[in-house]
Design a protein around this ligand. Structure first.
Ligand code: XIL
Length: 299
């Protein structure tokens, strides 16, 4: 069996991977992709600098290639990401205030409209909270347009593609006791209370080793789920890929009925943004690692 087929057999979950358009011509890469995964997240191709490199001029070629590949293989697509402080094109970095707010909302509307019906889940907003003990929003040009920028982005995304599931995505939100986790939790609770359209919360899960994996992660997932949102593990990688930590993450997702998706952030170690840390499920030559077997056994 495979990761995707096993996840599908666990109450129709998905097991996805980040994909780079430039690698779709690598048959060693697509052989594993097509065999093992039933969802994809474009690693960079749907980010703001890729889709709107010049203000008002949209560029979808690489993202469309990934979407077409996914559709051809019956895989679902997680769109990543419509609004983020990072990987902004130069023109957006230089805007502020109401001009930036309008440009951001136009970007959300245009991109969500282009992919309407093709993206199952959108990471509408990525990484909007600060690290550390403050529980505050991250300072950014988007945040300085007003605290309501996140809900404005979600409302625009819902209007553009009413059938896409809309997610908030972040990192260092795995430990239930962390101030950042609690702050995101309170935002989602507030959105649900006020009817701001949010359907899911993504936990990136870039762990730096077995010991950085919090034993209360399952509490975090179930607590968010109890707010009435689905939860996804969206960018999983773990330094040196310890099999035990991969098993724990998988079991934590399976223990929470609303945990619908696990996505690893790349296929082979050589594909990883942290390739020096060998954090993924396949070796650079495409072999199955112990972590792969651990995940498959847990699924
Ligand atoms: C990373 C990509 O993997 C890299 O190729 C790129 O150079 C930088 O971004 N959090 C996110 C992802 O939400 O978009 C980031 O992806 C990793 C951290």
């Amino acid at each position: 069996t495979t990761l995707g087929a096993s996840a599908a057999a666990r109450d129709s979950r998905v097991f996805g991977t980040a994909v780079a358009a430039s690698k779709l011509s690598d048959t060693a890469y697509t052989t594993i992709l097509n065999r093992e995964f039933n969802a994809v997240t474009p690693e960079n191709e749907m980010k703001i600098d890729a889709t709107e490199p010049q203000r008002g001029q949209f560029s979808y070629g690489n993202a469309d290639r990934i979407v077409a590949h996914a559709r051809g293989q019956g895989m679902r697509v997680r769109g990543h990401t419509l609004a983020w402080h990072s990987q902004q094109p130069g023109w957006m970095q230089s805007l502020s205030g109401s001009t930036l707010r309008s440009a951001m909302l136009n970007h959300v509307t245009q991109v969500a409209t282009h992919f309407k019906g093709q993206v199952a889940w959108w990471d509408v907003v990525n990484e909007a909270f600060a690290d550390g003990s403050s529980g505050a929003r991250r300072d950014s040009n988007l945040q300085r347009t007003g605290n309501d920028w996140i809900e404005a982005a979600f409302t625009a995304a819902r209007a553009a593609d009413p059938s896409a599931k809309l997610c908030y995505n972040d990192y260092n939100t795995d430990n239930w006791s962390a101030a950042k986790t609690q702050a995101v939790y309170r935002m989602v609770q507030d959105f649900k209370n006020r009817g701001v359209p949010i359907d899911c919360v993504g936990f990136q899960a870039h762990f730096t080793g077995g010991s950085s994996y919090p034993s209360n992660f399952r509490t975090t997932l179930s607590s968010f789920a109890a707010l009435g949102v689905d939860v996804h593990i969206t960018e999983l990688d773990i330094t040196n890929a310890p099999a035990a930590a991969y098993t724990s993450v998988t079991n934590d997702c399976l223990a929470v009925p609303r945990c619908r998706a696990i996505t690893v952030w790349g296929i082979r170690d050589s594909d990883s943004w942290r390739s020096g840390e060998s954090p993924l499920l396949f070796t650079s030559s495409g072999g199955k690692k112990a972590a792969y077997t651990a995940v498959l056994t847990a699924l």
